[in-house]
Design a protein around this ligand. Structure first.
Ligand SMILES: [Zn+2]
Length: 320
């Protein structure tokens, strides 16, 4: 997949990667391409043909490194998704990251460690990174976060910060091709509702989301379901456990549905905004709970409570 947009950040990265700094923070909303840029930058700085030139980031290359990279070869570029509880995160940083910094792999010119969802790392785990960020010359760290304010000041002061902006609708269109079954006006609404996040557009266009969405938004295409029934189905699918990704997926889908109703004049705009605010608070609370002491049991109970509230709220807010 190509890198779309972010040209200013790519320019800034070009010189940053040639400097002596070895820690970069990519911050910005989810789904705008931070991870995509990180992976391609790591590839480019190991490519055997287009040496270190980020203006050629989308040029296809069949050198040994790029071909292996395309097929999932990730030695030398270590890419981690963080969603660990405090103690596990500390062990993980010690063994998986710090313990393996000295490993050498043939054909790798520059080593990268990419940490996704860095905002979930506890302060104690972050502290373990301080020394390596400053002293390790052979490895470049890319810390990806949607909440820059949560990173420790000492980490920020040792890093170059790159702020990623949301994408324009035409950029989104370049990244995600809408399914043929969607009407043009619905597609436009999806892009608007995604607020510049390609990740969200992808989620809205997921066949499973489309079928769920159809069943609540277009009763004529099938039996109309209540939001609460959909939640129940999802929960059964997950054998009783409601996962965070499912939660955000449902919240987004419901938002899309409300948005459409607002445009059609069925719902009052003020309910949509009120809903948005509540969803934002819900996500913040989930993130807080996920930090050091949040147990999944508490999160699950908390989410269920909020869903009950939101469901009754949204059902009541219909103008009809
Ligand atoms: Zn190459």
């Amino acid at each position: 997949m190509n890198v779309i947009g972010h040209s200013q950040n790519l320019e800034k990265l070009q010189s940053a990667l040639q400097s002596s700094m070895r820690s970069f923070i990519f911050c910005g909303p989810d789904g705008v391409g931070k991870h995509q840029v990180a992976r391609h930058v790591a590839r480019m700085f190991n490519c055997q043909n287009v040496v270190d030139d980020l203006s050629k980031i989308n040029k296809s290359c069949d050198c040994i490194f790029c071909s292996r990279f395309k097929h999932g070869y990730t030695e030398g570029i270590r890419d981690f998704q963080l969603s660990l509880k405090s103690q596990r995160a500390i062990d993980f940083i010690r063994t998986e990251i710090l313990g393996r910094l000295g490993e050498r792999v043939p054909d790798v010119r520059r080593y990268f460690v990419i940490l996704n969802d860095y905002q979930w790392l506890s302060s104690r785990a972050e502290d373990l990174l301080l020394k390596p960020l400053e002293e390790i010359r052979e490895t470049t760290f890319i810390l990806i976060t949607n909440q820059l304010e949560k990173a420790r000041r000492t980490i920020k002061s040792r890093s170059i910060i790159f702020r990623f902006q949301t994408l324009s609708n035409s950029e989104l269109f370049e990244i995600v091709t809408p399914p043929a079954s969607f009407d043009e006006d619905v597609i436009q609404r999806v892009y608007t509702c995604a607020e510049g996040s390609a990740g969200k557009v992808q989620r809205y266009f997921d066949p499973k989301v489309i079928s769920l969405y159809d069943s609540i938004a277009f009763p004529s295409r099938g039996e109309q379901k209540k939001f609460s029934d959909i939640l129940k189905e999802l929960r059964e699918e997950e054998s009783g456990e409601l996962k965070y990704t499912k939660v955000s997926f449902i919240l987004d889908m419901w938002k899309l549905f409300l948005f459409e109703r607002v445009l059609e004049g069925i719902y009052d705009k003020k309910y949509f905004y009120a809903y948005e605010k509540k969803v934002k608070r819900l996500s913040q609370s989930i993130n807080l709970l996920r930090e050091d002491k949040g147990s999944w049991f508490v999160i699950d109970v908390f989410i269920r409570f909020w869903f009950l509230f939101l469901t009754s709220y949204a059902e009541k807010s219909s103008i009809n």
